[in-house]
Design a protein around this ligand. Sequence first.
Ligand code: PRX
Length: 631
Amino acid sequence: MTVSDNKNKDVYNPSKGILDKANIRGYEKLYQQSIKNPEAFWAGIAKELNWYKPWKKVLEWKYPFAKWFVDGKTNIVANAVDRHLTTFRRNKIAIIWEGENNETKTLSYYALNREVSKFANVLKAAGIKKGDRVTIYMPRIPEQVIAMLATAKIGAIHSVVYGGFSVEALHARIIDSASKVVITADGGYMNNKIVQLKSITDEAVKRSPSVETVIVVKRIGHDINMESGRDYWYHDLMNLPIASPKCETEVMDAEDPLYILYTSGTTGAPKGVVHTIGGYMTYIYATMKYVFDIKEEDRWWCTADPGWVTGHSYIVYAPLMLGTTSIMYEGSPTYPYPDRWWSIVEKYGVNVLYTTPTGIRSLMRFGELWVNRRDLSSLRLLGTVGEPINPEAWRWYYRVIGKEKCPIMDTWWQTETGGFMITPLPETPLRPGSAAKPFFGIVADVVDEKGRPVSPNMEGSLIIKKPWPGMLRTIYRDPERYKKVYWEKIPGNVYTTGDSAKKDEDGYIWIIGRQDDVIKVSGYRLGTAEIESALVSHPAVAEAAAIGKPHEIKGTAIKVFVVLRTGFSASDDLMDELRSHVAKELGPIAKPEEIQFVDSLPKTRSGKIMRRLLKARELGMPEGDISTLEE
Ligand code: PRX
């Protein structure tokens, strides 16, 4: 790669080697074609996949509800697993798993199919039918992927809950989805500590009447509570005759739901983002193939957790659909030493690495020696996701990890979008901090509150103007909320992303951050309302307001302002107790960085907390319009 000065901008051009091998070239022309005739473009991609029955119509758009590949019949597992079994890929490694304690497991496509089929039969025996919901609350172990695929194989709907969440977050998600089965483990390892997944599950399930069965993978082997008639060991069930390795993959409609993935929004109740099968699989397949330029011989490593959308799309489904070898690491990037990630790159010869700005920043601070001890010469492409990457971290990633030869794909997308939306391609001249341009078929713009495009380099709202196959179809059981949250905020029948951005004169998009009450802590998405409701569930707290504050490593950290109930007084002990309380209720990622005790919170006359004002004051920024402030 060469660095050139393009209009005084810092631009990184791909090397000839990268260009020569790219799966796709000629973005500008292809992009224009793709938005001129998106249906033809997407049909072309979908034809690379297996369908039991072809679709009759590519898109049916009744604002704001889309159907893609109408009447087509397929199953994502038929594409992610089954179709490889009749080719050389049956012997190819599908998943390489590394445990935090150095254990390794590999599953070929053949072995993966066996495990998935067996567990699909177990789920059937547990009474799971097409359309039923299954909650998966697990550590990062191969059984997590097997559970997802087994659920999809029989046409049930998975709701994966991130293993770092705690009781309240898990409970809310089980209740909303009314899951019959919960799959968990006796615990998980993270940073040499045991995460007590089973006791958290017990707490959550106790108050969830829909749950009939809890299936428990033995990861740790310590004593846990097993409730007779409800809880079963995974390995026991997999040894029963019901767990036959033969299981037909269910024929599904393209628009049948594949999964629900809960994500934070502006109210306390998490939103159940619903993705359906046909469009989603087509979209993530295309994005992975073109953006990460996947080759048959590649080893791909996405450091995310399958509990987030990044893991759903780019650890599990897209890599497997492409027949790739996907690496999965269980634990912490710094255990036992800060070179753990780099040792995994070296050990497995990773070719494409996809991670987060927080991951990069947190390893940057340990210095280059930790990196340079390891051979990273296998790397060809790098990627980031989840939050804006600051140019300093970008350059470090480029120079120290990529040795100035690996283009960085800064992919902007959301749980709701299914896959990458604004992203470079390997051929794109890169500008550190910009996610470059819209993917094929995506019509994006930066507009003001009335929906009018803003001038180049001016801040505005990032919107998407046309439906795309990977888009969420609705919010589970709440189509009205779907409409209101995503399609009615900005005039013009456009999808509101909730992010602010700028577009430069060359059409490069620069994401600034969230515009709403969502905080991105280390790339994890949390709602201020969720944090506040965890706080007010503590007896000492009368009211709370959470804001995001810039943080050197986490990108954004949580600060909360707390009004205490009478009879309680501020102290360091209480501060610690409240921080732990939030971690216990919601999960360690939600632990506030700072707590400030205050006598009152600024509110509007209608009683809404003005977080915007708290934030402006905290950061010493202009207070903006405070005419609605209550005296
Ligand atoms: O604010 C944007 C930020 O992450 C949000 C979506 O979060 P979530 O649904 O948890 O999905 C994360 C993984 C796809 C976006 O609204 N975001 C995501 N990618 C980027 C980003 N911000 C800047 N640059 C990115 N590449």
